[in-house]
Design a protein around this ligand. Structure first.
Ligand SMILES: [Zn+2]
Length: 510
């Protein structure tokens, strides 16, 4: 006699299959996440503490060197489109209006050697900065290297967020490699170019009206231009400058599809070659090589299409976003810088001791988008441990100037003062990031390098953090910024780190 055949109901088998599929999917997701978040540089810990005591007690002559490398992408291959970063996805580059550069500046006080390289790029992740450092031979004797991005929105995507669509990265691995190699090459050439120098530090007042708007309250700018001017000690010829100012290079705006260095390039061009029009020299240039490093661009500093910019040399106004408008912004700055650098004053010194305090910092991640993007293959950067990203802060003293290196887009109120307990803020707390960074930094002229050694997005004061309604200052809709930030703990952590490093820097002086 046959045993009765037991048939399990259909829904039972279907459930089994569903369970199996779900398990496989889950395993795939876990594997994918593990791969996406893997630490690209396990164990990387930077801790630099260089005192300038020897340089102050027995000074040696200052030396400086500048060099640059072109970092244009290759256009014209329809199978490999170049995706422009910033604004929205699917912005395919159609032409090169003007060249993109990696500009390097190396200074050496006879004891300590520091290199800076500024890239015409949207942003450069810390993992890529470490890759640049890895290419620098020990024979270069660089004690510390700073890699900055100008945050230019008319350059190829190097962060992954602006590909053909929401689900595909815009980063071309070959182009990223080209930029890493060019940054290392520019630094190497700048070391080779080291020569006796005199340095003068300038702080030039630049009212923001007609140049830059602040699109988020409170209205606070980082308006002034700061310049390091390096000249030859014997004949005062310009070797180069390092210029900082705080503004988003996005002047040609979202419809532009042509690669350009924006106002940063126009400024460098005007400083080097001067301003010419119809064969006439409207302002003579300085020669040399000029490096633009962006400052506090958060909050949000921008030459918005609503801003009309006057070209001081052409005597014309530009409102519609265009390359001419970018040039007008660059010339506005040049028109203020050039006369100052030509002053026949006994500008500068040939002894500028260098002190460096730099350290790795771990920042907690509190942003679901930043968590999802790597899994989708968009953001290609590792976690030092689960939900923590490795980044870096630094404070330097250079003669009677100082430099704070901030790894992203810091809000100007954290730098200059004016952090508010914003009505509608999520935490309802008093300002945390006080006193402002410029009150903490030592020296006479205080430089803040933004997007230095990383781009972690917006660095928003905790008391102005706002994801949940009611919105800031009675705004009827949510405010922009938080979606592109690691989280509300970022600004307090960075501010505390800079305060700590400044303390250690000045402690060495006693
Ligand atoms: Zn930005």
């Amino acid at each position: 006699m046959n045993a009765p055949l037991i048939r399990r109901p259909f829904w039972h088998r279907a459930l089994q299959w569903l369970g199996l599929a779900f398990g496989l999917l889950l395993a795939a997701a876990v594997l994918r996440s593990w791969y996406a978040f893997r630490d690209r540089h396990p164990g990387y810990q930077l801790r630099i503490a260089i005192d300038d005591q020897p340089s102050r007690t027995s000074p040696r002559p200052l030396r400086a060197g500048f060099a640059r490398e072109k970092i244009n992408p290759t256009l014209g291959d329809s199978a490999r489109p170049v995706w422009l970063a910033g604004f929205s996805q699917h912005r395919r580059a159609t032409a090169i209006h003007d060249d993109l550069w990696a500009v390097a500046c190396v200074v050496d006080d006879g004891y300590t050697r520091v290199g800076v390289v500024a890239l015409d790029a949207i942003g450069f992740f810390h993992d890529d900065v470490i890759a640049v450092r890895g290419r620098l031979g020990s024979e270069l004797k660089l004690d510390y290297t700073i890699v900055c991005a100008t945050h230019n929105h008319s350059t190829p995507d190097l962060m992954g967020l602006w590909g053909p669509n929401f689900l595909q990265t815009g980063v071309d691995a070959d182009y990223r490699e080209l930029v890493i190699a060019a940054a290392a090459k520019a630094l190497t050439a700048a070391v080779a170019a080291l020569a006796p120098a005199r340095v003068a530090f300038h702080e030039i007042v630049v009212p923001p009206a007609g140049l830059v708007a602040d699109t988020r309250k409170p209205i606070v700018f980082d308006p002034d231009v700061r310049v390091m001017h390096f000249t030859k000690p014997d004949n005062s010829a310009t070797i180069g400058t390092l210029v900082t100012w705080g503004n988003h290079p996005e002047t040609p705006w979202s419809k532009n599809t042509e690669i350009t260095a924006d106002f940063c390039g126009a400024l460098r061009e005007a400083l080097e070659h001067g301003v010419k029009h119809d064969g006439q020299v409207l302002a003579p240039g300085l020669g040399g090589i000029h490096c633009y490093v962006n400052g506090a661009v958060g909050g949000l500093m921008t030459t918005h299409p609503s801003v009309t910019v006057h070209d001081p040399f052409l005597g014309r106004d530009f409102k519609e976003p265009s390359h001419d408008k970018s040039r007008a912004v660059g010339r506005q700055l040049a028109a203020r810088i050039l006369p100052r650098l030509r002053e026949p004053a006994p500008a500068g010194t040939t002894h500028a001791p260098l002190a460096v305090q730099a350290r790795t910092i771990e920042l907690p991640l509190d942003n679901a988008l930043f968590l999802l993007a790597p899994v989708l293959g968009l953001l290609d950067r590792g976690h030092s441990r689960w939900m923590h990203m490795r980044s870096e802060v630094a404070v330097l003293r250079f003669g009677d100037a100082s430099i704070a290196c901030v790894p992203g887009e810091i809000y100007p109120e954290i730098v200059n003062g004016g952090v508010e307990r914003a009505p509608g803020g999520d935490f309802g707390v008093e300002p945390v990031e006080v006193p402002p960074i410029r009150a903490i930094l030592p020296g006479r002229v205080k430089f803040v390098f933004g997007l230095a050694n990383d781009e972690i997005g917006y660095i928003i004061p905790r008391s102005e953090w706002d994801r949940a309604p009611p919105y800031l200052y009675g705004s009827p809709k949510s405010v922009y910024g938080e979606t592109n930030s690691l989280g509300p703990d970022t600004a307090p952590a960075l501010h505390a780190a800079i305060q700590g490093l400044s303390r250690e820097l000045t402690a060495g002086r006693r």
